[in-house]
Design a protein around this ligand. Structure first.
Ligand SMILES: [Zn+2]
Length: 232
């Protein structure tokens, strides 16, 4: 049984007219408190498509706001917004979104000027909002954050699903690519797309996961994949 958080019509209208950053703040604070987001139906694929052809999944912190957006965007056939537990979204549904390359539109109003978050960025913001709401000591918060980032790496690694031979080949390729230069601690995913595809691996998945989740620079990427050879 989902509890719909209280939101007066005045408050809904005020939010509607507020800035993108105010809507973002409201969204993550409300979702941290309620544990629920509202969506149009995932199954019938009511997604927006942005100008780079990425499918966006629009989400709202309250069904009234989803309804207002449907009206503003002219989706007359949209039924009542569906509540989705944010943990169900981040666990099960997210894996499908990852495969399909979706991103999240945070509290869109009329379809313009909304915040677009990558799946991983969205996950981080939900986590951080929950951490703020929990009012933990710095030390406990630090421990939680370490666990969270370790878990993200595990998830990314599961998604990549590289076997030992793939890992070894990838590490050899990265070593070769990085051998002649010092890492400048920026991330340019050091494998070539050509090589990745010749191994029948997914460039999109590997580069996206590595860049956004696993590592923050080229030498860290090499280190990560070297470690995951030994760890298994
Ligand atoms: Zn580096």
């Amino acid at each position: 049984m989902t509890t719909v958080p209280p939101l007066s019509e005045d408050e809904a209208q005020r939010l509607w007219a507020s800035s993108r950053s105010e809507r973002d703040e409201y969204f993550f604070t409300a979702v941290a408190a309620s544990g629920t987001v509202w969506a149009w139906d995932f199954e019938t694929g009511l997604l927006e498509i942005d100008d780079q052809d990425n499918a966006l999944v629009p989400l709202w912190p309250h069904p009234r706001l989803a309804e207002m957006a449907a009206e503003a965007m002219g989706f007359e056939e949209v039924g009542p917004a569906t509540p989705v537990e944010v943990d169900v979204l981040l666990d099960g549904v997210y894996e499908r979104f990852h495969r399909e390359g979706h991103e999240i539109a945070v509290l869109p109003t009329n379809g313009q000027f909304t915040t677009i978050r990558s799946l991983e960025r969205f996950r981080v913001e939900v986590f951080e909002a929950r951490l703020r709401a929990a009012g933990l000591t710095d030390e406990v918060a630090r421990t939680r954050r370490d666990e969270f980032y370790a878990d993200r790496k595990r998830r990314a690694d599961q998604r990549l699903n590289l076997d030992q031979d793939d890992r070894r080949a990838l590490v050899a390729h990265l070593r070769e690519r990085l051998a002649d230069k010092e890492c400048d601690h920026r991330f340019a995913f050091p494998a070539t797309r050509e090589w990745i595809e010749s191994q029948r691996l997914s460039w999109a998945l590997l580069s996206r996961s590595a860049v956004k989740v696993v590592c923050s620079c080229d030498c860290e990427a090499l280190g990560h994949f070297e470690e995951t050879i030994i760890a298994r």
